[in-house]
Design a protein around this ligand. Structure first.
Ligand code: NAD
Length: 452
């Protein structure tokens, strides 16, 4: 029996021990999920599936505070973030509860008969979740997958299993049949890999590092298994001289230091037009030093610790190589703390400019004109998100179209929204999650021709 001791990253104290599933336990869970698929969930009347998902949303809503408290303790998230994250699971369930009754096919005009298409579920879907946003990323996978009629096995990250385990219990409390949503805590190399190799798992939804994502994609090829990948990012926040510089400087720290920078959408590059570069930096500094970096049990905390000692080592490694222009504070003490840190550079080959830090570190670089800004923003193998600050809406739209990235926002740093598609260009991912089409990604389209 192996187990993992969950650590509170703000204090380094042990929270609880969690059993790590073996390959045999994973197989048993997958087979039970398959039996629940063919034996019921797939064939449930759409309205009944919708009702159960709405009930699940209602039960999650009644437990938002409890789930949030678990995430504050397990992941060091601030209360504001943790409440939003639990609420996001509820909202996703509500949004996709409308899908079962609207899973339309098409009638296509053909000669000699009638042609219709059907959207049919895949079977068991394996969802593999990282540690940075344990609740929302789980929900973005399981809500549309369940709505489309699939059953789900879900593996949380080793570091952050507690909210996923609780969500699995709440699903049962809401009346979802057993084995429709099964949470299986365990190692990536054991449970995660078994999802990839098990023939009854028909699709993998993976969110995590690009390195592991590539391995999973290669593994899925063996069975031509469907796969969605949400991977890393190195996104730019581009500030033009004609922007509201006060607003751009005030909001920039939150676009990269939220969740202590452990955010795939973090705008970890700031590109500033040269004529306003000094002004921007002088306004960015008080916004960074004023951030409330506190133990997340303090309701006013805006940024908590990193997730682990290992992540702390990685982030410090980047900082050791860079010139920090200015930084914020930390409460100190035993947790995994790094202050929000701003590095200035003009070296496009510097590691801090090229690699995903996944910590509270931002690199700022000047640019000369629009073409220069677009070229610098696109000079990366990633393409997940980005922001553009300008008062010229034509320019805002032009640059948003030119940046090779899945999710852009103009004069804001929009977070992931469940109403709209989310995913990456280039090595930031494959496929899209969320938005009105997410359920389609959990179905096969079947074509049936009936001769006259
Ligand atoms: P990770 O790749 O190490 O792990 C992610 C998950 O995969 C974990 O559950 C892990 O146990 C599992 N895993 C590890 N090895 C596996 C294997 N061989 N087979 C199957 N599963 C395996 O990533 P992480 O460190 O937990 O998360 C950080 C990364 O996630 C960052 O790169 C970040 O950018 C990315 N991320 C991307 C998005 C997005 O939507 N694009 C969102 C959040 C995080």
């Amino acid at each position: 029996m192996s187990s993992y001791t969950v650590i509170n990253p703000a204090t380094t104290e042990a929270v609880t021990d969690v059993h790590l599933a073996s390959v045999e336990e994973t197989d048993a869970a997958v087979e039970a999920a398959h039996a629940a698929f063919v034996g019921g969930w797939r064939d449930l009347a759409p309205g009944e599936r919708a009702t159960l998902l709405r009930r699940f949303a209602t039960v999650v809503d009644a437990h938002v505070e409890e789930l949030a408290e678990l995430e504050v303790r397990n992941a060091g998230h601030t209360w504001g973030n943790a409440r939003w994250e639990a609420g996001n699971v509820r909202d996703c369930l509500n949004y996709y509860s409308a899908a079962p009754e609207r899973l339309f096919g098409r009638q296509i005009p053909v000669p000699g008969g009638v042609d219709v298409t059907f959207r049919e579920p895949l079977g068991v879907v394996g969802v593999i979740v990282p540690w940075n946003f344990p609740m929302p990323i789980a929900g973005w996978g399981f809500a549309p997958a369940l709505a489309a009629g699939n059953t789900v096995v879900l593996k949380p990250a080793e570091l952050t299993p507690l909210t996923a385990i609780r969500l699995g219990e709440l699903a049962l409390e809401a009346g979802l049949p057993e084995h429709v949503l099964t949470v299986i805590p365990g190692k990536g190399s054991v449970v995660g890999e078994r999802f990839v190799t098990h023939p009854l798992v028909r699709k993998i939804v993976f969110t995590g590092s690009t390195a592991v994502g590539k391995k999973i994609m290669a593994g899925c090829a063996d069975q031509v298994k469907r796969v969605t990948l949400e991977l890393g990012g190195k996104s730019s926040n581009i500030v033009f001289a004609d922007a509201d510089i006060d607003a751009a400087a005030a909001s920039a720290p939150y676009a990269v230091f939220d969740n202590a920078g452990q955010d795939c959408c973090a705008r970890s590059r700031i590109l500033v037009q040269r004529s306003v570069y000094d002004e921007f930096l002088s306004k960015l500094e008080p916004a960074v030093t004023g951030m409330r970096v506190l133990d997340p049990t303090d309701e006013t905390s805006e940024m908590g610790p990193l997730i682990s000692a290992q992540q702390l080592g990685t982030v410090r490694g980047f900082l050791d190589e860079a010139d920090v222009a200015f930084e914020g504070s930390t409460p100190g003490g035993p947790g995994f703390w790094v202050p929000p840190s701003v590095v200035t550079t003009e070296d496009t080959q510097a590691r801090i400019w090229r690699e995903e830090v996944f910590g509270p570190v931002v690199a700022v670089m000047p640019f000369d004109d629009e073409a220069d800004a677009v070229a610098l923003a696109n000079d990366t193998e990633y393409g997940l998100s980005g922001s553009i600050f300008t008062r010229d809406l034509g320019r805002g739209l032009r640059v948003a179209r030119a940046v090779e990235s899945g999710n852009l926002s103009v004069n804001s740093h929009s977070a992931v929204r469940y109403w709209t598609p989310f995913g990456g260009y280039k090595q930031s991912g494959l496929g899209r999650e969320l938005g009105p089409d997410a359920t389609s990604a959990f179905t096969e389209e079947k074509n049936v021709f009936i001769a006259h």
